[in-house]
Design a protein around this ligand. Structure first.
Ligand code: F3S
Length: 280
């Protein structure tokens, strides 16, 4: 069996940074929390919990003197204000690329553009982006939604950082015909783009593809969908246990990639399993 592991598998820069910021915060006075899980990976969240960093999902559960870590995809402007007003200490681990999207949204709306965001309206990052917009805004998740938009004088266009770059461009072509002036700010993060391209490339060369990551991680899911189209035997694997249901043949070439929130040790566990598995 031959195994190809993607070089861009696993933690992206923003997640790596958020986790190390969280670990550095351990010496803080008072209790330390992350607002929501720091990444969509239960293993990492449990490890942090053991070292004393708990997850809080409701700001009402925090009190004066506590410390809260803002995760890589950020929070809304209003949440910032609420936390500050409660005299809770903020450690901001928002990814700089996500900040770029927040800033682009704020500037476009200040310049009088109707802001169109290509993204998932339920994602916290998109909620964050919206909170910085002072004028009108519209969220589109595909071409059809872009086609059904009204026409506007000026459109300012940006994306949630983890969206597909090709679709970003296709939607741009649609929006061009919906306004007299358009300004596009490319806020898509390269980490996602490179991970997706490399996974696509590997999926085309192997018999079986494993995508490792948390089931609630949007970028892992997208990686899985992309590879499914290319390699029929693509599996979404959250932990090494799940590999037991997959049949590996001796002459298989196996490809591995992982979402931005998948720690290296999970990838290594999968590799160890493949070394020891009994082939059919
Ligand atoms: Fe940041 Fe890109 Fe990761 S936006 S959190 S480096 S996927």
């Amino acid at each position: 069996i031959k195994v190809i592991v993607a070089k861009n598998a696993g933690f992206c820069f923003g997640v790596e940074r958020a986790i190390s910021i969280a670990k550095e915060s351990l010496g803080e006075n008072g209790k330390v929390y992350t607002y929501g899980p720091i990444i969509h990976n239960p293993h990492v969240v449990n490890q942090l919990e053991k070292s004393g960093i708990s997850v809080v999902n409701d700001l009402d559960n925090l009190k004066k003197g506590d410390t809260v870590i803002i995760r890589s995809h950020g929070i809304t402007k209003y949440m910032y204000e609420e936390i500050e007003s409660k005299e809770i200490k903020i450690i901001d681990a928002t990814c700089p690329f996500v900040k770029k999207a927040y800033n682009a949204a704020r500037e476009l709306s200040h310049e009088g553009y109707s802001v169109v965001i290509f993204g998932d309206k339920f994602h916290p990052e998109v909620e964050g982006i919206i909170s910085y917009i002072e004028g009108d805004y519209h969220i589109v998740s595909d071409i059809n939604e872009a086609l059904s938009l009204n026409c506007y004088n000026k459109i300012g266009y940006l994306a949630q950082t983890t969206q597909d770059r090709k679709l970003f461009q296709d939607i741009f072509e649609v929006l061009k015909n919906k306004c007299s002036k358009i300004k596009k700010v490319d806020t898509i993060c390269n980490a996602t783009f490179q991970r997706q391209n490399e996974a696509k490339d590997i999926a085309g060369k192997v018999d079986l593809m494993l995508i490792i990551g948390g089931r609630n991680s949007a970028n892992t899911k997208r990686l899985y969908q992309i590879c499914c189209k290319i390699c029929e035997k693509t599996y979404f694997v959250e932990s090494v246990e799940e590999l037991k249901n997959i049949k590996f043949k001796k002459d298989y070439k196996v490809g591995i990639s992982a979402g931005a929130s998948t720690p290296n040790y999970l990838i290594n566990e999968v590799l160890d399993y493949l070394n020891e598995v009994e082939y059919v």
